[in-house]
Unconditional design. Sequence first.
Lengths: 204, 763
Amino acid sequence: MSEKSGSGPTGFDRRAFMAGAAGSALVPMTARAAAQDASVSAAQDPALPVDVTLRVNGKDKRLHIDARTTVLDALREHLKLTGSKKGCDHGQCGACTVLIDDRRVVSCLTLALAAEGQEITTIEGLATDDHLHPMQQAFVDNDAFQCGYCTPGQIMSAVACVKEGHAGSEADIREYMSGNICRCAAYPNIVAAVKQAAPEIMKG
Amino acid sequence: MTAAAPEPKANMGHPVPRYDAAAKVTGRATYASDMPLDNPAYAFLVTSAIAKGRIDGFDLDDARQVRGVIDIVTHENAPKLKESKLFSNGGYAGTTIQPLKSADVAHDGQIIAVVIAESYEAAREAANRVKVSYTAVAPSASFESPGTTTTAAKGQNAQFKEDPEVGDFAKAFDAAEVKLTASYDTPTQHHNPMELFTTSCAWMGDNLVIYEGSQYVYGLKNGVAEQLGIDADKVRVVNPYVGGGFGSRGSMTPRTAIIAGIAKRLNRPIKLVPTRDQGFTIATYRAETRHEIRLGAGRDGKLVALRHDGAEVSSRPDAYCVGGTKTTTRLYACPNVASLVSIVRADRNTPGFMRSPPEVPYLFALESAMDELAVKLNMDPVELRRINDTTVEPIGGKPYTSRSLMACFDEAARAFGWSQRSPQPKSMSDGDWLIGYGCAATCYPTQMAPSAARVRLQRDGRTRVEIAGHEIGTGAYTVIAQTAAERLGVPLEKVAVFLGDSDLPPAPVAGGSNSTASTCSAVMMVCDRIRQRLFKAVTPSDSLADKAKETVGISQAPSTQAAQSDRPLDIEKAFDALGVGIVEEYGEWKPEGAPLDSFTAMHSGHARLVGGHQMKDRIAYAFGAEFVEVRVNRFTHEIRCPRLVGAFAAGRIMNPRTARSQLMGGLIWGMSSALLEATEIDERNARYVNDNLADYLVPVNADVPGVEVILLSEQDDHINPAGVKGLGELANVGTNAAICNAIYHATGQRIRKLPVRLENIEA
């Protein structure tokens, strides 16, 4: 899939993709692959790779990927940023949570194409100069994880939870952290960690 | 100290932060599907849409048209694999249903094809375009379904050897002053660890590397080698971090050898990331169970007769069962005991171990029945346990190595405020909320298995510990590092630990809560050998060397006193005397009573667990007591659980921080098994309905306002050198009963079928 598709400077037109995707969604099981009809232009074939530039942790990353690639799979499979985890691929568990323009987003339900031009922050972008972010340190101090698989998502969600102003009380933290499942059930420790880190994060 | 790091009491280690904490909070901890592969192809599974019948044929034309498709593997062209026996019958496999072997379908969601493509997206699309025609047969889904067969478990499953009994139950029950007969049901549950059941396979010539979250890398390595028909030394399983196991990764699933075989054929690394719903059928689960309990007691509350009959669902070919009567017949003093476990075969995938496999369903029945008996006797349920407490188990008459059950009840009752309880049902409320208090006992067998370890010490104190143990969230890295640091007398930060790699010295399955006891005992033994070598180097006289044996030798001493008593041992001086730069020892440890073939079995991926009720002269269990508050809304019948308090005694606590966290998570699991978790089964199609994390309810943060864990100090010199009982599966037992007991107290309604949902509350 390294071959570049040939129409226009990016090889892709987002409007055409949306039309193509909508069209194919109507007849997903019967639609024949584009290869059958040579006259179908590249821009209309959702199976052809596209060029995407993602801004991740302050750096631009050029990718040539399947148009259906999610932000999560773009990070994990193409950018080798495997901190964000796949736990359900359905937006049900929160393990894939990243910040996009400072909002917490489940990256498994966000197409990479739809995140172009936005600032993506992942767990790998949180610590600076080898210093843990206050939320990361609070997770360590409060033993807010066990197996650690949901932890990157919990931490990204927790940072946003504080910035949203939803860390004012334990009840608030519990409610606004309930989109992130921890099967080991470190929940009371996660609440303690968010409480510890909140004042420092609000100070900036 | 934060709440997360409790002050250590007697016979407890330091609550140091986790060894792997920084890796886990920065995203640097690499789980199986995070491992980089060179130009991988992606696999996507196609699973069966029927539960029983045959595949008549595939129409793959559409699927093959998808750009990037490399191969589509079905039973018609799949790599030939050898069979593997069931784990509980001495093999490696969690099921003997081998997909892609024939056109037969044995359960819903069985793997029937694997699509390989250049990208995940293309593989997924092509999998969705695979068309299958079947000849379907009406399946048997569960207990109620026609077509199931029921047989006694004894004799079918190597791990279920006997139905415990003693005395004359029938006669004693007949004559008992107070009698209780009650039936209890527990539902199907799925582990749902956060990490999906991913597998990556890469060959280098004849050597295979498997990246897969596993609770038993030696079992998986040997099992896959057996299925592929290759030398086990050619297979390496790597998983330095595992994203939760809970039993689901203890035995080999069919997917691994399939992916390995395809990778070999295509001469390319293959990465499989199954979906969450596929995880419900390509791995194991906790089967639904049914119980009948009969208790006979005197008016003084003393048990005179106890009978526990259990029935469990399994698949057609595999006689899997958990058989928890081994525990419920031995928990309380009672002279007349009988039991029977049956297996009901249905058209389902084979069930398997899930956190406290026997105890969660079987103690739900017993501990609910004990509460019902207390009501009949008009007695406090804590006092009923006290009256029937024992230091000797009734079946074989063997003494418990230690038993702090009532100490746990008393500590937890005090912390909970049990004395504030007004015993009458429906007598406590707060506005629209009926309040109920309930309690139950928990216990879990102390188990150990042979384990090896390699330890390398450098002159400057830097230490490297290698052992193929598993970090599944338990804190294995941390407690192993602490053990080596304490035993060698080196600073903790100088200890590096390597786990999760089958090229390292073998460790047992991370199951049955045996890991800490087994791996730490092995590490202690090997560290002691290093100290002995060093000590001898600077103490040439034989008599002193003998003294060294006493103080730092391979003693069974459970504390670190031995390691401390001969200080100061000047490590640098000893190294200079030895004239070496590194001292390294490899050693193999086995627990008392381990069978003769233990070490051979250990290397071939068979864990010989001993302990619990199977010890020769004693019986070893960890104990605890759990108290819960439930609130049931008078009008909406909504059930909330604002408080869970548990007190636990489990021998030496290696690290109060990681211990507390595991027990806390366990209490929440216990609450969940009472109020949330159940896999719903479509009876017509023998199909799991709620096979995703939105519909299969697991607790979220808002579900658990208050959890308190109390660690009791306990010393047990009869179990293993580490003095550890194991507690990973202790806290999620009995909680389900405690909650139903509290619901009875709140509402006057006794609920004997889990989970309890608001529609189950009457008025």
